[in-house]
Design a protein around this ligand. Sequence first.
Ligand code: 3PY
Ligand code: MG
Length: 263
Amino acid sequence: MKNLSLAKWKSGAASPGAWINLPEIHTTEMLARMGCDWLCFDLQHGLMSFADLLHLIPAVSGTPATPLVRVPGNDAARIGQVLDAGAHGVIVPMVNTAEEARRAVAACRYPPAGTRSCGPMRGVMLDGIDYLRTANAEVACVVMIETREGLENVEAIAATPGVDGIFIGPMDLSLGLGLPPGDFAAPEFAAAIARIRAACKAAGCAVGLFGYTPELAGQALADGFAFVSVGTDIGFFRQGAAAAFAAAGGLPGGEGRTKAGGY
Ligand code: 3PY
Ligand code: MG
Protein backbone atom coordinates (compact mmCIF):
# COMPACT_ATOMS: atom_id res chain seq x y z
CA MET A 1 0.00 0.00 0.00
CA LYS A 2 1.28 3.44 -0.88
CA ASN A 3 -0.31 6.55 0.61
CA LEU A 4 0.31 9.19 -2.05
CA SER A 5 -1.20 12.00 0.02
CA LEU A 6 0.99 11.25 3.03
CA ALA A 7 4.03 11.39 0.72
CA LYS A 8 2.87 14.80 -0.52
CA TRP A 9 2.32 16.13 2.99
CA LYS A 10 5.87 15.08 3.86
CA SER A 11 7.35 16.60 0.71
CA GLY A 12 5.58 19.94 1.17
CA ALA A 13 3.56 19.68 -2.08
CA ALA A 14 0.10 21.28 -1.91
CA SER A 15 -2.60 18.73 -1.14
CA PRO A 16 -6.15 20.03 -1.62
CA GLY A 17 -8.93 17.63 -0.71
CA ALA A 18 -12.67 17.48 -0.23
CA TRP A 19 -15.04 16.38 2.49
CA ILE A 20 -17.69 13.76 1.81
CA ASN A 21 -20.82 14.12 3.94
CA LEU A 22 -23.32 12.31 1.72
CA PRO A 23 -23.53 8.56 1.09
CA GLU A 24 -23.60 9.09 -2.69
CA ILE A 25 -21.36 6.81 -4.72
CA HIS A 26 -21.51 8.67 -8.04
CA THR A 27 -20.90 12.22 -6.80
CA THR A 28 -18.06 10.84 -4.67
CA GLU A 29 -16.52 9.11 -7.67
CA MET A 30 -16.93 12.29 -9.73
CA LEU A 31 -15.09 14.37 -7.12
CA ALA A 32 -12.35 11.77 -6.92
CA ARG A 33 -11.83 12.12 -10.66
CA MET A 34 -11.74 15.93 -10.58
CA GLY A 35 -8.24 16.28 -9.19
CA CYS A 36 -8.84 16.06 -5.45
CA ASP A 37 -5.73 14.82 -3.77
CA TRP A 38 -7.73 13.14 -1.01
CA LEU A 39 -11.32 12.66 0.09
CA CYS A 40 -12.37 12.47 3.71
CA PHE A 41 -15.47 10.43 4.47
CA ASP A 42 -17.02 11.95 7.58
CA LEU A 43 -18.40 9.41 10.03
CA GLN A 44 -18.49 12.05 12.79
CA HIS A 45 -20.88 14.60 11.31
CA GLY A 46 -21.52 13.35 7.76
CA LEU A 47 -24.87 11.81 6.84
CA MET A 48 -23.42 8.37 6.32
CA SER A 49 -22.94 5.13 8.21
CA PHE A 50 -20.15 2.56 8.32
CA ALA A 51 -22.25 0.41 5.95
CA ASP A 52 -22.28 3.31 3.45
CA LEU A 53 -18.51 3.64 3.74
CA LEU A 54 -18.10 0.05 2.53
CA HIS A 55 -19.51 1.18 -0.85
CA LEU A 56 -17.92 4.63 -0.97
CA ILE A 57 -14.29 3.58 -0.59
CA PRO A 58 -14.36 1.17 -3.58
CA ALA A 59 -15.90 4.01 -5.64
CA VAL A 60 -12.62 5.94 -5.37
CA SER A 61 -10.29 2.97 -5.88
CA GLY A 62 -8.26 3.48 -9.02
CA THR A 63 -8.73 7.26 -8.89
CA PRO A 64 -5.99 9.68 -7.78
CA ALA A 65 -7.85 10.47 -4.53
CA THR A 66 -6.56 9.00 -1.27
CA PRO A 67 -9.46 7.74 0.91
CA LEU A 68 -9.36 9.11 4.45
CA VAL A 69 -12.04 8.71 7.12
CA ARG A 70 -12.92 11.00 9.99
CA VAL A 71 -13.98 8.56 12.69
CA PRO A 72 -16.69 9.55 15.18
CA GLY A 73 -14.23 9.47 18.09
CA ASN A 74 -10.95 8.09 19.39
CA ASP A 75 -12.15 4.49 19.41
CA ALA A 76 -9.65 1.76 18.52
CA ALA A 77 -12.36 -0.66 17.34
CA ARG A 78 -13.84 1.89 14.90
CA ILE A 79 -10.40 2.99 13.69
CA GLY A 80 -9.52 -0.65 12.97
CA GLN A 81 -12.77 -1.18 11.07
CA VAL A 82 -12.37 1.81 8.75
CA LEU A 83 -8.75 0.89 8.02
CA ASP A 84 -9.82 -2.70 7.29
CA ALA A 85 -12.46 -1.27 4.93
CA GLY A 86 -9.67 0.38 2.92
CA ALA A 87 -9.10 3.86 4.38
CA HIS A 88 -5.50 4.98 3.91
CA GLY A 89 -5.71 7.12 7.00
CA VAL A 90 -7.91 8.37 9.79
CA ILE A 91 -8.69 11.83 11.10
CA VAL A 92 -9.49 11.57 14.81
CA PRO A 93 -11.58 14.44 16.21
CA MET A 94 -11.22 16.19 19.57
CA VAL A 95 -7.77 14.93 20.59
CA ASN A 96 -6.86 16.84 23.74
CA THR A 97 -3.76 15.26 25.25
CA ALA A 98 -0.59 13.42 24.21
CA GLU A 99 -2.02 10.30 25.86
CA GLU A 100 -5.08 10.49 23.60
CA ALA A 101 -2.79 11.00 20.61
CA ARG A 102 -0.80 7.89 21.64
CA ARG A 103 -4.05 5.90 21.77
CA ALA A 104 -4.99 7.03 18.25
CA VAL A 105 -1.54 6.09 16.92
CA ALA A 106 -1.63 2.67 18.62
CA ALA A 107 -5.00 1.93 16.99
CA CYS A 108 -3.47 2.64 13.54
CA ARG A 109 -0.32 0.48 13.87
CA TYR A 110 0.21 -3.27 13.96
CA PRO A 111 2.40 -4.65 16.77
CA PRO A 112 5.00 -4.01 17.92
CA ALA A 113 4.41 -0.34 17.06
CA GLY A 114 0.75 -0.43 18.14
CA THR A 115 -2.24 -2.57 18.91
CA ARG A 116 -4.16 -2.80 15.59
CA SER A 117 -5.64 -6.25 15.17
CA CYS A 118 -4.94 -8.08 11.91
CA GLY A 119 -7.79 -8.45 9.41
CA PRO A 120 -7.25 -5.94 6.60
CA MET A 121 -10.03 -7.04 4.26
CA ARG A 122 -9.65 -4.49 1.50
CA GLY A 123 -5.92 -3.93 1.96
CA VAL A 124 -5.12 -7.59 1.38
CA MET A 125 -7.58 -7.75 -1.53
CA LEU A 126 -5.66 -4.99 -3.31
CA ASP A 127 -2.09 -5.50 -2.14
CA GLY A 128 -1.88 -9.05 -0.80
CA ILE A 129 0.54 -9.68 2.05
CA ASP A 130 2.43 -6.53 1.04
CA TYR A 131 -0.32 -4.58 2.83
CA LEU A 132 0.88 -5.93 6.18
CA ARG A 133 4.48 -5.02 5.40
CA THR A 134 3.66 -1.44 4.44
CA ALA A 135 0.58 -0.41 6.46
CA ASN A 136 2.38 0.88 9.56
CA ALA A 137 4.38 3.35 7.48
CA GLU A 138 1.67 4.26 4.99
CA VAL A 139 -1.52 4.60 7.09
CA ALA A 140 -1.87 8.25 8.04
CA CYS A 141 -2.75 8.98 11.66
CA VAL A 142 -4.09 12.52 11.81
CA VAL A 143 -5.43 14.00 15.03
CA MET A 144 -7.63 17.06 15.31
CA ILE A 145 -6.92 20.05 17.51
CA GLU A 146 -10.22 21.77 18.11
CA THR A 147 -10.53 22.51 21.82
CA ARG A 148 -8.80 24.82 24.29
CA GLU A 149 -7.31 21.78 26.06
CA GLY A 150 -5.98 20.40 22.77
CA LEU A 151 -4.45 23.77 22.00
CA GLU A 152 -2.79 23.90 25.42
CA ASN A 153 -1.23 20.49 24.80
CA VAL A 154 -0.49 20.92 21.09
CA GLU A 155 3.30 20.79 21.42
CA ALA A 156 3.17 17.39 23.18
CA ILE A 157 0.48 16.10 20.80
CA ALA A 158 2.46 17.08 17.69
CA ALA A 159 5.60 15.47 19.13
CA THR A 160 3.83 12.16 19.83
CA PRO A 161 5.64 9.49 17.79
CA GLY A 162 3.45 8.23 14.95
CA VAL A 163 1.27 11.34 14.64
CA ASP A 164 1.57 12.11 10.92
CA GLY A 165 -0.52 15.24 10.92
CA ILE A 166 -2.62 17.66 12.91
CA PHE A 167 -5.87 18.83 11.38
CA ILE A 168 -7.47 22.02 12.66
CA GLY A 169 -11.23 22.11 13.13
CA PRO A 170 -11.77 25.88 13.01
CA MET A 171 -15.40 25.90 14.08
CA ASP A 172 -15.00 23.77 17.21
CA LEU A 173 -11.75 25.55 18.02
CA SER A 174 -13.28 29.00 17.79
CA LEU A 175 -16.26 27.88 19.92
CA GLY A 176 -13.86 26.26 22.41
CA LEU A 177 -11.96 29.54 22.71
CA GLY A 178 -15.21 31.33 23.51
CA LEU A 179 -15.26 33.21 20.21
CA PRO A 180 -18.36 33.73 18.11
CA PRO A 181 -18.77 30.77 15.72
CA GLY A 182 -16.77 31.32 12.57
CA ASP A 183 -14.94 34.44 13.81
CA PHE A 184 -11.74 33.34 12.11
CA ALA A 185 -10.42 36.92 12.04
CA ALA A 186 -10.28 37.22 15.87
CA PRO A 187 -6.71 37.80 17.14
CA GLU A 188 -7.06 34.95 19.67
CA PHE A 189 -8.00 32.59 16.86
CA ALA A 190 -5.07 33.73 14.72
CA ALA A 191 -2.72 33.23 17.69
CA ALA A 192 -4.08 29.69 18.18
CA ILE A 193 -3.47 28.82 14.53
CA ALA A 194 0.05 30.23 14.73
CA ARG A 195 0.77 28.16 17.85
CA ILE A 196 -0.50 24.96 16.21
CA ARG A 197 1.56 25.63 13.10
CA ALA A 198 4.70 26.31 15.14
CA ALA A 199 4.19 23.07 17.12
CA CYS A 200 3.80 21.07 13.91
CA LYS A 201 6.87 22.65 12.37
CA ALA A 202 8.98 21.90 15.46
CA ALA A 203 7.78 18.29 15.55
CA GLY A 204 8.02 17.73 11.80
CA CYS A 205 4.38 16.75 11.41
CA ALA A 206 2.04 17.96 8.68
CA VAL A 207 -0.61 20.57 9.44
CA GLY A 208 -4.01 20.60 7.79
CA LEU A 209 -7.09 22.80 7.92
CA PHE A 210 -10.80 22.43 7.27
CA GLY A 211 -11.32 25.30 4.84
CA TYR A 212 -14.70 26.83 5.47
CA THR A 213 -14.76 28.64 2.12
CA PRO A 214 -12.84 27.93 -1.09
CA GLU A 215 -11.18 31.35 -0.63
CA LEU A 216 -9.98 30.47 2.90
CA ALA A 217 -8.81 27.11 1.58
CA GLY A 218 -6.83 28.70 -1.25
CA GLN A 219 -5.26 31.18 1.16
CA ALA A 220 -4.26 28.36 3.53
CA LEU A 221 -2.73 26.30 0.73
CA ALA A 222 -0.78 29.31 -0.54
CA ASP A 223 0.30 29.99 3.03
CA GLY A 224 1.93 26.57 3.38
CA PHE A 225 -0.69 24.35 5.03
CA ALA A 226 0.09 20.78 3.96
CA PHE A 227 -3.49 19.62 3.41
CA VAL A 228 -6.68 21.64 3.22
CA SER A 229 -10.28 20.73 2.46
CA VAL A 230 -11.58 23.00 -0.28
CA GLY A 231 -15.24 22.16 0.29
CA THR A 232 -17.80 19.48 0.95
CA ASP A 233 -20.07 17.57 -1.40
CA ILE A 234 -23.12 19.27 0.16
CA GLY A 235 -21.48 22.69 -0.16
CA PHE A 236 -20.47 22.11 -3.80
CA PHE A 237 -24.03 21.11 -4.62
CA ARG A 238 -25.52 24.12 -2.86
CA GLN A 239 -23.03 26.59 -4.37
CA GLY A 240 -23.46 25.12 -7.86
CA ALA A 241 -27.25 25.17 -7.63
CA ALA A 242 -27.28 28.74 -6.26
CA ALA A 243 -24.95 29.92 -9.05
CA ALA A 244 -27.03 28.14 -11.71
CA PHE A 245 -30.33 29.63 -10.52
CA ALA A 246 -28.76 33.08 -10.17
CA ALA A 247 -27.41 32.86 -13.73
CA ALA A 248 -30.88 31.89 -14.91
CA GLY A 249 -32.46 34.92 -13.27
CA GLY A 250 -32.90 33.81 -9.68
CA LEU A 251 -35.04 31.38 -7.71
CA PRO A 252 -38.79 32.01 -7.77
CA GLY A 253 -38.91 32.19 -3.95
CA GLY A 254 -35.88 34.44 -3.54
CA GLU A 255 -32.55 33.06 -2.35
CA GLY A 256 -33.88 29.68 -1.31
CA ARG A 257 -34.34 28.23 2.15
CA THR A 258 -31.05 26.44 2.78
CA LYS A 259 -28.12 28.05 4.51
CA ALA A 260 -25.45 25.42 4.83
CA GLY A 261 -22.65 27.88 5.68
CA GLY A 262 -19.25 26.31 5.14
CA TYR A 263 -20.59 22.76 5.21
C1 3PY B 1 -14.59 21.99 12.85
O1 3PY B 1 -14.50 23.07 12.24
O2 3PY B 1 -14.71 21.91 14.07
C2 3PY B 1 -14.53 20.73 12.13
O3 3PY B 1 -14.44 19.70 12.73
C3 3PY B 1 -14.67 20.73 10.63
O4 3PY B 1 -15.51 19.70 10.22
MG1 MG C 1 -14.99 19.80 14.71
